[in-house]
Design a protein around this ligand. Structure first.
Ligand SMILES: [Zn+2]
Length: 124
C-alpha cells in the first residue's frame, strides 16, 4: 500500500539537512544582529571568503522575507523546537504538511501558503 502523503512529507535525512541549515541561518542572523549593533554597515562580510556568494545571496533573500534579523532568530528557534518535537513541516493552523518546495524556500515557515494568505488578509 502506497502512502499518499509520502511525496509531501519530509524524510529524516531531509529534516537533518534542514536542521543544519537552520542552525547556520541562526548563527548568521545572530552575527548580523551583532554586526549591525557594532557598526552601521549593511555589508559586514569581512574575513570570511569561504562563505560562497550564492549562499549569502540565499540568506539575503530569507532576511528580506522575514523583515529583520531579530525576528528571524525567533522564527528559526521555533522551527528548531518543532524539529525536536517531531512536528516540523506542518502548518500550525490547519496541520496539513507544508509542501517541500515551500519548506526549502523558507525553512522556518510556520504556515502553509493558504493559511499564510488568510492570516495576512485578516490582519486588516
Ligand atoms: Zn495551513
Amino acid at each position: 500500500m502506497a502512502t499518499k502523503n509520502a511525496k509531501e512529507s519530509l524524510t529524516a535525512a531531509e529534516i537533518k539537512e534542514i536542521k543544519k541549515h537552520l542552525e547556520e541561518l541562526k548563527a548568521d542572523a545572530e552575527k548580523r544582529l551583532k554586526d549591525k549593533k557594532d557598526m552601521d554597515m549593511p555589508e559586514a562580510e569581512v574575513g570570511d571568503p569561504i562563505d560562497v556568494a550564492g549562499q549569502s545571496l540565499d540568506k539575503e533573500i530569507l532576511f528580506e522575507l522575514s523583515g529583520n534579523s531579530h525576528n528571524t532568530i525567533g522564527q528559526i528557534e521555533a522551527a528548531l523546537r518543532k524539529i525536536e518535537k517531531g512536528i516540523y513541516g506542518r502548518c500550525e493552523l490547519c496541520r496539513q504538511p507544508i509542501p517541500k518546495k515551500r519548506i526549502k524556500a523558507l525553512p522556518f515557515a510556520r504556515y502553509c501558503v493558504n493559511c499564510q494568505h488568510s492570516s495576512e488578509s485578516s490582519h486588516h
